[in-house]
Design a protein around this ligand. Structure first.
Ligand SMILES: *[C@@H]1O[C@H](CO)[C@@H](O)[C@H](O)[C@H]1NC(C)=O
Ligand SMILES: *[C@@H]1O[C@H](CO)[C@@H](O)[C@H](O)[C@H]1NC(C)=O
Ligand SMILES: *[C@@H]1O[C@H](CO)[C@@H](O)[C@H](O)[C@H]1NC(C)=O
Ligand SMILES: *[C@@H]1O[C@H](CO)[C@@H](O)[C@H](O)[C@H]1NC(C)=O
Ligand SMILES: *[C@@H]1O[C@H](CO)[C@@H](O)[C@H](O)[C@H]1NC(C)=O
Ligand SMILES: *[C@@H]1O[C@H](CO)[C@@H](O)[C@H](O)[C@H]1NC(C)=O
Ligand SMILES: *[C@@H]1O[C@H](CO)[C@@H](O)[C@H](O)[C@H]1NC(C)=O
Ligand SMILES: *[C@@H]1O[C@H](CO)[C@@H](O)[C@H](O)[C@H]1NC(C)=O
Ligand SMILES: *[C@@H]1O[C@H](CO)[C@@H](O)[C@H](O)[C@H]1NC(C)=O
Length: 779
């Protein structure tokens, strides 16, 4: 993958697009739903995060660990900073797996719904999003959220029908869009340098893609079971079994003792490719091949002519003639040899699944060795770091360009520590299995305050009882109460029952975030901006504090001792706080620091004057004030002596709109604009429409079922304009909007099916004579 940069911490974007069920009003950045719940404090919660920015987020969201391996632990905390909310569906399954361990449940809820309901594209790359959604439901215990997505899951499943070959009984795709460009099939069909064909590869029946489809089918079956829908459960169970049988028939090569690719063009006999690729080891993590002797294939990971390398595993066996046939030229990505964290993340889960299966050929030491190699790989200049692609035999990233691959988030790590190494195995019922993969010489481990089924759980193992002093060698706490105290010896395999505690979500939205880009509302401007910065970067919904990649506004080198950053809304909004994620690089030798004082202005003048606040550098600072109605927020920031000021994100969190009226100017617009119109009570509507226009209302709350929708629009023309209406990306109805002589009329849609939870209602098309004011929903 090379056409995108996988930045890790895009925290607020999805919260803006979709919001969860509201129970009360909150006007500060979202906090985990269980923020009032007391956990335990056996471990130091400050030192491990002291070197990172965004400490408030970390303190509130991550489980803390204590393990004997320092490298694995260091990389765990580095990646604890990760936010897995980038919308590229190739890695979405990994991102959900990783983010399911954040205390704030809304991050993953939003991210999932960006695909199940929103515009997230699930056909660009192969994916296991549905499987990840199901496994995630075992962590938060929220079956209803998963059940609400069931119809969407079945629809997303069907999007892949076109790549199903009924003769083979298998799915095919090009390796490139299976996240594996320049891989073996491309070299087999184009050995002599057809670069384009090598890069994409031919259509191929792949163990990766087919395993994903099996896992996705089984996830739909499992959630069908949650929903008591036996028809869905049995049909998708059968689909999964048939696919698995076809995989074992055609993709298992008895000669090579491996799941291998089968190239599709000119191959009517489905002759397997000659050569073993790392993708052939993916199926095990999804429970495929575990009950037979197929899992012995994983021993190739420990074979110096197989996939073993000091910074590996390699993506293709070292013995293969095409291994590193094309050498990286400084840029990405050559998956016939390079070490690819995306693949390693799959392999670690396969190894854990194999280790936990009967007759495992894998030892605990081999698992930990692989995880440890991975932690060693995820370093740069002696500190934890992840980029796109790594040389298998050199201590160096093979694709790591500035402002592109920093903290490249297309893999997991912490899920491999939590569920892999420490064996925190989530269950569908209110129980928790603890079954670590512990080397014999480990005498302790701890994982503290991870959110699970509405509780904060702490698990301690301490062979000699000296380290945590919890009374026994194995202790478990639920919230701050001890629920298990036993003297166990390794290997540990304990199923723990928990009480049910439903947790309520209270999720505000950031009305200052603009996921659409320049030219759309909300808009940002400033009295002065340093030339590499941009006011827009302070409202783009991405929050990170790095020097590079840069994502901030600063007044560096301004002639003024104070400067103003302003965000203007599409319509007046009622607000009672402003949150500033303040940039400071003085500790890094730079010239930007937190401000000496802050004045906050709105339509009615000065809203707040903060002359003596304790400001947190590289963290969020929230300033609350009396509710006020304003069409903009301007923050006037005063420099400290000889320093500039900087804002990574200006956020304004408000309760979400709960209907029944939703304004078009708040929706996501493509090829459309907010235009002033005194005829609308809020003074603005959406206009400048054209046939390619998209007006997408997000966050339409419903209990599910038929709804009545009233569209308020005007048409100054005399001919009717047709627009299509989609609900959750499915086309439902075409409206013919006749002339209204410029006044606002209502067009009614009766019996519109909405789904339980949040819905996207999208209008497509239009003409310059049409304006859209609002929709009103009657459930
Ligand atoms: C998804 O991406 C694919 C490949 O780029 C493209 O062909 C398709 O039109 C996209 N689908 C949507 C709904 O955007
Ligand atoms: C698996 O391998 C073991 C050892 O090689 C052998 O004894 C056993 O029969 C095999 N089982 C199957 C199902 O092939
Ligand atoms: C990094 O890339 C972003 C997005 O393309 C761009 O806005 C920014 O100016 C770049 N920064 C540097 C330092 O090149
Ligand atoms: C575990 O062993 C310790 C040390 O021998 C002892 O003090 C403790 O009571 C034991 N715990 C249980 C639950 O038996
Ligand atoms: C949960 O499921 C496990 C495994 O399926 C079972 O052994 C256990 O008894 C169940 N526990 C509860 C509390 O229902
Ligand atoms: C931002 O733009 C608006 C509209 O042009 C203007 O009134 C305001 O003064 C600008 N704010 C700053 C800080 O430059
Ligand atoms: C600096 O602060 C003063 C006092 O509040 C204000 O009048 C002025 O507009 C500010 N200057 C800039 C450039 O924002
Ligand atoms: C804010 O407070 C400071 C310190 O009291 C004062 O100097 C300044 O004039 C105040 N700003 C405004 C706009 O009132
Ligand atoms: C700022 O606040 C601190 C703590 O509240 C106080 O000790 C200090 O005197 C204040 N400084 C000024 C200049 O008001």
């Amino acid at each position: 993958m090379d056409s995108f940069s996988g930045l890790r911490w895009s925290i607020t974007l999805a919260s803006f697009v979709l919001v969860a069920l509201q129970l009360c009003l909150a006007q500060a950045p979202p906090q985990p739903e269980d923020i009032g719940t007391k956990g335990t404090s056996f471990l130091d919660h400050e030192t491990p995060i002291s070197q990172f920015w965004g400490k408030t987020f970390l303190r509130e969201n991550i489980p803390f660990i204590d393990i004997p391996d320092k490298t694995i632990q260091d990389v765990y905390y580095y990646l604890g900073y990760a936010q897995a909310l980038n919308t590229i569906n190739a890695a979405a399954g990994h991102q959900i797996d990783e983010a399911r361990w954040l205390r704030g449940k809304f991050y993953v809820d939003d991210y999932i719904q960006a695909y199940t309901r929103g515009p997230g594209n699930t056909t660009q790359y192969t994916h296991w999003i549905l499987d990840a959604l199901y496994r995630r439901s075992k962590v938060d215990g929220d079956k209803q959220f998963a059940i609400n997505q069931l119809a969407d899951m079945a629809r997303l499943w069907g999007e892949w029908d076109y790549t199903f070959d009924t003769n083979a009984g298998l799915y095919y795709f090009t390796p490139n869009f299976d996240a594996q460009e320049y891989s073996l099939p491309g070299f087999v069909v184009a050995p002599t340098g057809n670069d384009k064909l090598q890069y994409d590869g031919p259509d191929t029946y792949r163990p990766s893609l087919n395993a994903y489809m099996i896992a996705n089918a089984r996830a739909i079956a499992a959630i069908g079971n949650y929903a008591g829908n036996s028809e869905v459960e049995s049909s998708f169970t059968l689909i999964g079994s048939n696919l698995e049988a076809a995989m074992n028939r055609h993709l298992w090569s008895p000669d090579q003792e491996f799941y291998v690719d089968v190239i599709r063009p000119n191959n009517p006999d489905l002759k397997p490719i000659s050569g073993r690729e790392e993708v052939g080891l993916y199926p095990y993590r999804f429970g495929i091949g575990l009950e037979s002797n197929h899992s012995r294939a994983a021993l190739a990971l420990f074979d110096p002519q197989g996939f073993q390398a000091p910074y590996g595993p390699t993506t293709l066996e070292i013995r293969n003639q095409y291994y590193t046939a094309q050498k990286p030229t400084g840029y990405c990505c050559f998956w016939q040899g390079q070490s690819w964290p995306y693949s390693t993340a799959h392999i670690l889960k396969s190894l854990a699944a194999i280790y936990r299966s009967p007759n495992s050929p894998i030892t605990a030491d081999q698992y930990v060795q692989t995880l440890s190699t991975y932690a060693t790989t995820q370093q740069k200049n002696g500190v934890p770091y992840v980029a796109e692609s790594h040389y298998p035999f050199d201590n160096s990233w093979s694709s790591d360009s500035s402002n592109h691959s920093e903290h490249y988030d297309h893999s997991t790590n912490n899920d491999d520590v939590i569920t892999g190494l420490l064996g925190i195995a989530p269950q569908s019922n209110h129980s928790l299995l603890v079954s670590p993969i512990m080397p014999k010489d480990w005498t302790f481990f701890a994982i503290e305050n991870f959110a699970y089924h509405g509780h904060l759980i702490t698990v301690l193992y301490d062979a000699y009882g000296e380290r945590y002093k919890c009374g026994s060698s194995f202790c478990v706490f639920s919230d701050d109460k001890q629920i298990v105290s036993k003297n166990l010896t390794s290997p540990i395999h304990e199923l723990i029952s928990l009480r049910t505690t439903p947790i309520a979500s209270v999720i505000p939205v950031n009305i200052a975030a603009n996921p659409n880009g320049l030219g759309y509302y909300p808009m940002a401007n400033a009295s002065y901006t340093f030339y590499t910065d941009n006011p827009y970067k302070a409202i783009d919904g991405y929050l990170f504090y790095d020097d590079i990649p840069d994502n901030r506004w600063t007044n560096y080198q301004s002639n003024s001792l104070n400067d103003t950053l302003q965000v203007t809304f599409a319509r007046p909004r009622t607000i009672s706080s402003v949150t500033l994620a303040l940039y400071s690089d003085v500790a890094r030798g730079g010239g930007v620091d937190v401000p000496a004082a802050i004045e906050i202005y709105g339509s009615s003048g000065l809203i707040a004057n903060l002359t003596n606040s304790t400001l947190l550098p590289n963290d969020r600072n929230t300033f609350s004030f009396k509710e006020t109605k304003t069409s903009y927020v301007a923050v006037n920031l005063f420099n400290r002596p000889n320093k500039a000021v900087g804002v990574c994100e200006l956020e304004v969190w408000t309760p979400p709109i709960s209907g029944p009226t939703y304004y078009a100017v708040d929706s996501l617009l493509t090829n459309a604009a907010v235009v002033k119109d005194a005829a609308a009570s809020i003074g603005a509507v959406v206009g400048q429409l054209a046939p390619e226009s998209v007006v997408a209302f997000s966050g339409i709350e419903s209990g599910g079922g038929k709804a009545k929708l009233a569209l308020s629009y005007s048409n100054v023309g005399s001919t009717a304009v047709n627009i299509d209406v989609k609900v959750n990306q499915v086309r439902r109805v075409t409206l013919s909007l006749g002339g209204t002589k410029g006044t606002y009329d209502l067009e009614m849609i009766e019996g519109l099916d909405l789904e339980a939870g949040m819905n996207f209602v999208t209008f497509l098309g239009g003409s310059s004579q049409l304006r859209i004011k609002s929709i009103e929903i009657e459930n």
